[in-house]
Design a binder for this molecule. Structure first.
Ligand SMILES: [Zn+2]
Length: 469
């Protein structure tokens, strides 16, 4: 066959294929045909009645009197101190709470599902399909720590999110950002030193191809990369607006992007009903981002008092992590001496940051940002327990439930899980933990989820039940 005939034939088959596959180009198709139902032994759904539980509702400073909670489908239908009767014809699972505490599932506002538990060098060198399987395993571990929702602030998690939502694998709800967007030399530029110059529109680096990072210089490029993440299903956009600890080519003091570049992302996100959050430590980086219209600051440990005041005045969210010391964060990431120094500066700022967040009543989110270490990832709950240094257990739990739930809702009409998260209220989504002990008296309970979370329910489905029979 001549080359031309061959080309014509392949064009014809492409056209045919596109025609035939049109229906499949949309996101949805019939999964029942693929037999992708969740493993029956692990989960149960339908109607669940919790009897005799004391409720931490995500907001109060005290537990409720002994109550009953009815979950139907994925929703909390009724809460009452009086007995709830249910139609005996329906198949109801009755849980005898025996006065134990029922609380909302935990929310981590700064998580990286793809890279929380894998060494950085492995992430940069291993077969991507292998890394995605490891991420799936870690997603299940995350859910089993009682974190029923995470806001993912960078990494290729669209497939993982979809697989979890479809019940293919187990894991939390994921609010994905997709690739984090950064400038050349900015935080998250992990290219090798020789991989410059980059030409606009030129080949992508490895981490860009894999969807970890998106390098963009100029408002036009930032706008393009932002829209690409939104197209993939990002529920919010993450930009690097200042220096970082582990990245090689930028001082921690550096301000990244310019106001017009950040504003390009903000406009694109706001047109999609959502918002931009930025990685920033210093007052200068934070102020520039706020001026450009971002709605949330990640980290901010090097903030000063006037900038904290600005966050309060403008109602900007502050997503803070209780970074205190290297060993505890397992940030023994083989940090270079320079990165080590940067880490120390950030950790030294943590105490001041929380004090300012409290003083100015800034909307504060709880997040862990644990990276590149499975042992560190296992300490997700322990990170929350550390907040007692600044907050009462009730305040800390409120931050990791109702407050974080409010932050999730900031993704507006593209919210992937519309409905109330982080609260135990009639009509809210049924993400619930049954706790052995009272976390309002002892927050350390959340640091040992294997032992203390007897039931873990997400979206009305019980994924763990170790309640003594
Ligand atoms: Zn992060």
């Amino acid at each position: 066959m001549s080359a031309r005939a061959e080309l014509r034939l392949s064009l014809v088959s492409v056209v045919l294929l596109i025609g035939l596959c049109q229906a499949n180009l949309a996101q949805d198709y019939d999964l029942a045909g693929l037999d992708l139902t969740p493993p029956a032994t692990l989960v149960s759904s339908g109607v669940t009645l919790y009897q005799n539980v004391r409720i931490f509702d995500g907001k109060s400073t005290e537990l409720s009197p002994p109550s009953n909670v009815l979950v139907r489908g994925n929703t909390i239908e009724r809460i009452s101190v009086n007995p709830i009767t249910v139609d005996t014809n329906t198949n109801v699972r009755v849980i005898a709470g025996d006065g134990r505490v029922l609380m909302p599932g935990l929310i981590d506002a700064h998580w990286h599902a793809f890279m929380a538990a894998i060494p950085q060098m492995l992430m940069m060198t291993a077969d991507p399909s292998y890394l995605h399987l490891l991420a799936a395993r870690q997603a299940k571990a995350t859910l089993m720590r009682g974190f029923t929702t995470v806001r993912d602030l960078g990494g290729p998690v669209f497939g993982l999110k979809r697989a979890i939502d479809e019940g293919v694998v187990l894991g939390p709800r994921i609010y994905p950002s997709g690739a984090f967007i950064l400038q050349t030399s900015g935080h998250g530029d992990f290219r090798f030193r020789f991989e410059v110059p980059r030409t606009l529109g030129g080949p992508l680096s490895h981490s860009e191809v894999e969807g970890v990072a998106a390098i963009a210089d100029s408002p036009d490029e930032v706008r393009l990369r932002t829209r690409e993440q939104l197209r993939q299903g990002a529920s919010q956009i993450k930009l690097m607006a200042g220096g970082g600890v582990a990245s090689p080519y930028n001082p921690i003091e550096s301000t990244q992007y310019t106001e017009p570049e950040i504003r390009a992302a903000v406009e694109a996100a706001e047109n999609w009903g959502t918002y931009v959050t930025v990685h920033a430590y210093t007052p200068r980086a934070i102020r520039q981002a706020v001026a450009a219209g971002v709605k949330c600051i990640e980290h901010g440990q090097l903030i000063d008092e006037p900038t904290a005041q600005l966050l309060a005045e403008k109602g900007i969210w502050w997503s803070l992590q209780p970074f205190l010391d290297l060993e505890e964060e397992s940030l023994a990431l083989n940090l270079s001496p320079v990165s080590h120094q940067k880490a120390m500066a950030v950790f030294a700022g943590t105490d001041n940051a929380y004090k300012l967040a409290k003083k100015y009543k800034i909307k504060t989110a709880f997040g862990t940002d644990l990276l590149f270490d499975a042992r560190a990832a296992n300490r997700q709950g322990a990170q929350l327990a550390k907040l007692v240094r600044w907050y009462t257990p009730a305040e800390a739990l409120k931050m990791a439930t109702a407050d974080n739930g409010e932050l999730m809702a900031l993704s507006g009409f593209i919210n992937p899980y519309p409905g109330k998260l982080g609260v135990v209220e009639e009509g809210a989504l049924a993400d619930l933990l049954l706790v052995d002990g009272n976390p309002l008296e002892n927050l350390k309970l959340v640091a040992d989820p294997d032992k203390n979370f007897l039931i873990i329910m997400k979206d009305g489905i019980i994924y763990k039940n170790t309640l003594p029979k």
